[in-house]
Ligand binder design. Structure first.
Ligand SMILES: *[C@@H]1O[C@H](CO)[C@@H](O)[C@H](O)[C@H]1NC(C)=O
Ligand SMILES: *[C@@H]1O[C@H](CO)[C@@H](O)[C@H](O)[C@H]1NC(C)=O
Ligand SMILES: *[C@@H]1O[C@H](CO)[C@@H](O)[C@H](O)[C@H]1NC(C)=O
Ligand SMILES: *[C@@H]1O[C@H](CO)[C@@H](O)[C@H](O)[C@H]1NC(C)=O
Length: 225
């Protein structure tokens, strides 16, 4: 009788988790594109121009995040670090298939890291806009184009968010070899018409984790916890 109850409860949990995952996937196609939409509508509401969404720049923003190798503490705060400028030409651009000769100056960056995954609109207002220099960066008239990226680490958390701005001309900067961005997982970036389903796509081992959790739940229910 107890076992039957346990199995019913387990089944209910699995049903509920998969139903909510399906719902989440419908709501968000790509968190980096959503972040850019929020950013651009905030700029236009402030009478600033909407910025061109550059897939090459966005792919580089993802490489920029990966350079932190999951070290959330190196983002902001007293121990803040940033990747060397030389890495743009040496590693980020080649990894993305961006022609090195077409790199243009980075005119601003917004960066944040949190252990919890939040919606892109919340990442914008609660993570990226936290610093009061952020508004200055957001509304700068220097920028002409923008790219956004979100990256998770092993198993998902922590989540890194990055927006890079440049003052290049849309069709002649961050030019992609063959016209397509190299999609590299895990992580999502804007502008590439790439479906990238939120937290799931940010984790390196999502299936493994789900299976491990499932097994654990099963074991606990067996020993009657
Ligand atoms: C734009 O973003 C800033 C920072 O989060 C916020 O204070 C402001 O209200 C936003 N503006 C609009 C029109 O949403
Ligand atoms: C940033 O915030 C601090 C204190 O919260 C304030 O003293 C300073 O003037 C602000 N700077 C700008 C540029 O708004
Ligand atoms: C872009 O910005 C850099 C400095 O940040 C400046 O030297 C360069 O002239 C600017 N280019 C354009 C096209 O505005
Ligand atoms: C870039 O766009 C401008 C106008 O938007 C056009 O005149 C120019 O030919 C384009 N250049 C390339 C390389 O496509």
């Amino acid at each position: 009788m107890e076992i039957q109850k346990g199995m019913f409860f387990l089944g209910f949990c699995i049903f509920f988790i998969s139903a909510s995952a399906a719902l989440q996937n419908k709501v968000t196609d790509n968190p980096a594109d959503e972040l850019l939409a929020v950013l651009n509508s905030n700029r236009t509401a402030h009478k600033s121009s909407a910025l061109y969404s550059s897939p090459g720049l966005a792919c580089i923003a993802l490489q920029y995040l990966k350079a932190y190798q999951g070290n959330c503490g190196a983002v902001g705060g007293p121990d803040a670090e940033k990747p060397a400028d030389t890495q743009f030409a040496e590693t980020f651009a080649p990894n993305c298939g961006v022609e090195v000769a077409s790199l243009t100056p980075i005119t601003g960056r917004l960066l944040g890291c949190e252990t919890k995954y939040v919606k892109p609109s919340e990442a914008f207002s609660d993570i990226l806009m936290k610093n009061n220099k952020s508004l200055e960066i957001l509304y700068s008239t220097m920028h002409t184009e923008v790219g956004a990226a979100v990256s998770g680490s092993d198993g998902g958390s922590p989540y890194f968010w990055c927006v890079l701005f440049s003052n290049g001309t849309s069709n002649s900067s961050f030019v992609l070899e063959g016209g397509v961005a190299k999609i590299s997982k895990p992580g999502c970036f804007s502008g590439a018409n790439d479906q990238c389903n939120g937290a799931n796509a940010l984790s390196e081992i999502p299936i493994l984790v789900s299976v491990a959790v499932g097994v654990l739940v099963l074991l606990l229910s067996r020993i009657g916890v």
